[in-house]
Design a protein around this ligand. Structure first.
Ligand SMILES: [Zn+2]
Length: 203
């Protein structure tokens, strides 16, 4: 009886295992690469809101709200224009809220002042770019406001049934009113006018 050729068998087993392992590694690598590629093509916006105001006499102010949207992905994001999908909301917040956390959605201490829909034009946020958007509001001096800016990115993939939205919120206090200075200035002007009138009569 011939003895089995052990070294040859072991060699062929090792070779088979290596082929299977190599094939598995290639398949895993391909799958991982595909996942990364799809993730890169997945719209994923990032944004920042800032506010600046100009005080007006009479207890009001103009407010400019600016959003900077960053698209770090590899594909462009076209802002969805479906009604109610992309907008800016302005809320006035109560000044004596109970302590604790709250969320803007459904918060009873927030009164909606305005909803501004996104302008009805095609807006595309290019890949690896920053896009600045601006809206203006009139606000009451000395009040606290919350702004919610939502950008709808449309369906996140070809098979997606729902649209993906990116929201950013900002709580902001408008500058206090300055009525005292204005009140003091008005009587002085009136007094000068009255003096002038008297002087004219005396001449
Ligand atoms: Zn949408």
């Amino acid at each position: 009886m011939a003895a089995p050729d052990w070294p040859a068998s072991v060699e062929s087993i090792v070779a088979s295992v290596a082929i299977v392992a190599g094939g598995g590694w290639a398949v895993w690598k391909w799958g991982y690469g595909e996942t990364l590629r799809k993730r890169r093509e997945f719209p994923d916006l990032d944004g920042t809101l800032t506010a600046a105001s100009v005080a007006l006499p009479g207890g009001k102010a103009y407010l400019t709200l600016q959003a900077v949207w960053r698209n770090p992905g590899a594909v462009a994001v076209r802002v969805c224009l479906d009604p109610g999908h992309s907008f800016v909301e302005q809320y006035e917040l109560g000044k004596d809220p109970p302590l604790g956390s709250f969320r803007m959605a459904g918060y009873p201490g927030a009164a909606k002042v305005a909803t501004v829909p996104v302008p009805p034009r095609v807006t595309t946020l290019g890949p690896q770019t920053e896009s600045v958007m601006t809206e203006h509001f009139v606000v009451a001096a000395g009040s606290v406001y919350a702004f919610n800016w939502q950008i709808c990115q449309g369906p996140l993939s070809r098979k997606a049934l729902f649209h993906g939205q990116c929201d950013r919120e900002l709580i902001w206090r408008s500058p206090p009113p300055t009525p005292a200075r204005a009140n003091r200035a008005v009587p002085r002007i009136r007094a000068e006018r009255r003096l002038g009138r008297r002087g004219g009569q005396q001449a």
